[in-house]
Design a protein around this ligand. Sequence first.
Ligand code: B3K
Ligand code: ZN
Length: 880
Amino acid sequence: MRTETGQVYKLKDYRPTNFVVERIDLTFELDPKETKIVSRVILHRREGVAPDAALVFDGDELTLDSLQLDGNEIEPSLYDVTPETLTIRGLPESEPFEVTVNTTISPEANTKLMGLYRTNGAYCTQCEAEGFRRITYFYDRPDVLAVYTVTIIAAKDDVKQLLSNGNFLGGGNYDEGRHFAAWFDPHPKPSYLFALVGADLGLVEDTFTTMSDREVALKIYVEHGKEGRAGYAMDALKRSMKWDEEKFGREYDLDIFQIVAVSDFNMGAMENKGLNVFNDKYVLADPETATDADYANIEAIIAHEYFHNWTGNRITCRDWFQLCLKEGLTVYRDHAFSADQRSAAVKRIAEIRLLKAHQFPEDAGPLAHPVRPESYKEINNFYTATVYEKGSEVVRMIRTILGADDFRKGMDLYFERHDGDAATIEDFLACFAEASGRDLKQFALWYSQAGTPSVSVSTDWNEAAGTFEVTLEQSLAPTPDQSRKALMHIPLAYGLILPDGAEFDGQPDAGDAEGGVFHLTKRKQTFTFSNVPGRPVLSINRSFSAPVNIAMEQSAADLAHIARHDSDGVSRWQALNEQAMRHLVAVSKLARDGRNLSSAKELAEILIATAADESLEPAFRAQALALPAESDIAREIGSNIDPDAIHTAREAVLSEVAKSGLDVFTKLADGAPTGTYSPNATDAGLRALAGAAIAYASIAEGQPARAKAAYDKSDNMTVMSQALQILAHQFPGSSETADALGNFKARFATDPLALDKWYSIQAMAPGSDSGVRVEELLNSSDFDRTNPNRIRALIGAFSAGNPTGFNAADGTGYRMLAREVVDIDKRNPQLAARLLTAMRSWRSLEAGRQELARQALVSIREAGELSPDVGDIVDRMLAN
Ligand code: B3K
Ligand code: ZN
């Protein structure tokens, strides 16, 4: 296997290649053990490059069969080859030439799921970030764009479809028992967007007519027998195509758009030009096997990959440091799409939750890095919440600062100016600066400074003068490799809510504010409002306009005022959540210190009132009832974390809310829509509210009967898995729970995606003894140790989603993860490294657990040969 070389790649070292690729012609003869690849590349020396400069191609675990220049064998003295590089000397000075590289690889032996591999009998590829170099020697970097022609030859019997990027050229019989197909992609692309699939799959077809009246064939390939589960994905695809035309003026540009769903995939999906490959979890859905959340994820990911066609493919990244150029922007676009398809407020609440749950801890721990990192050892470790989610927030801030019109102008300019380019963040920002006439230099720090800024807020109300002052002060703590930080441009949306609930519409007399946004650009700024008719309550960072931590003393009464009157739904939720968080943090600390918990009466009242308020959307009420998770409370406490104390405190609060609201919850518990299941946002909201109500009511009753009845009655996976989770998490030892778990397993024994839920629900059942159950499941004969979804469903869910189980005080959770990471690393380094990031906040634990976590990390470090992926993560986690 490829092992650590210790090499560090730096943004400042970027240099273009010595040679320019004009086109590439690939031929694949597919075979499980010996796939032969012929790659013919036409190149010329870049202007100004020395005549003796060599051509250096990348490889990874490759062996070279033979090598030709313009059809003739190259003399061995003129080239050097290792599994990682091919260096050719003595190439023509100015005229174009053709290099032919012949390699043989074994897709079957490829367990890393990078490059060309086998999944369920199919051949498929994954090339981002550096998988193409596992197929053939090439310039495997995003700034080398080429036009690809691909010919695929394979046995007719078991490989029915032969697919690649671009448009279909033709195909037919090849030789005894084999056939071929040829594809041509007219759009120059980097190698990471190359894709090939050879498979025998079922097909779902449709068409889309673009804004300039071109008909595009849409094809989704899934396992035979699962065609009926691809309808929602197809529908989401067509809606995405339409939306991108309407909102961004972006039209699709090939005759065909294909999606292939596979069951072994390291991530969600991949935006290969014209041929997206998807983890089947994000394609397949029907009411019986998929939850509302699955449907929403499918919609978002189908859209995300489709939107990459412009933000990522037509305009790609100059180098991998610019990853956020395509990822942050495309996440921003998929968020905007989902907001338009569903309730915008509820969608934004989910985004804020996700950002805080994943990105904030990353930014506060040893793995913190800027949205645009400046160095890396293993690029696959940088497909992070910071690059994706914070990257999206940064784009959202650009829109907040510029306003919708100038933002759209900037996007138009970006598409026009950089179509066909491998671009940088500087290119991107320049378009917005130019379109709006604004200076974005200070704002650009969001790309280079890691860490979550803090803004402390104080207010001063002068009753006699009718003035209200808001003072903001920013700070940013040091992060790994960045000890000193410059002042940022932080756009904070605000509102002043008057005693009668109306909003004050005056502007501050002085200070940099416009359109309801404070622009905090200095360390400290004060904004003064005059002629304010009564003491206002400040609603700040509305809709989370900036990804910062706000420190503000705000009374419970003021938070309740916001929760009741803010014109912005997201802000109302923010106020409720803040109130819940404060209480949970306080009682968690009391529990940690062994003291009596204070009553949650006030919190319970406002939550129950919200739950019962029929003027509010059901989905919003469900969000309000979802208390901050144990991990959220831990993040807020920040240090000396005792996960057991947090669990105890949170359960006590849940129970108090449940008991005082039992009447309300009992009524709401039956509110799930009856009749034919639809994944639409309204019905999903009703199910979410009913599910929350069943959970609270069951807690109040202290009996599994209600959840068991819901389970038995359920006719869709959303309600079924909600009920199973209540049973397994609240009533672990009951016979009802054992029955339901047994029933679920038997019912979905042959359905891997549904069965993953069975594993996850058990993996997340709280309690220090849950590790024992996880070990049992791991060792059971039907646990598939090679399937990434299954591994994530059990090991990932346990380590990232079960604070009390994973952080068991005896260290068994940490040791189990360490053992599994070292084992999985031998087959699939990317997956292993990702699992390990669950320990990124280990330093915030109390001393005893911290020491056990450290020992587990050290045991990984000392386990022998580690991949660059795991080596990099473990080193950064242990560094001071
Ligand atoms: N671009 C891919 C992610 C590739 C991850 C490589 N380790 C999917 C996406 O973000 O759309
Ligand atoms: Zn993406």
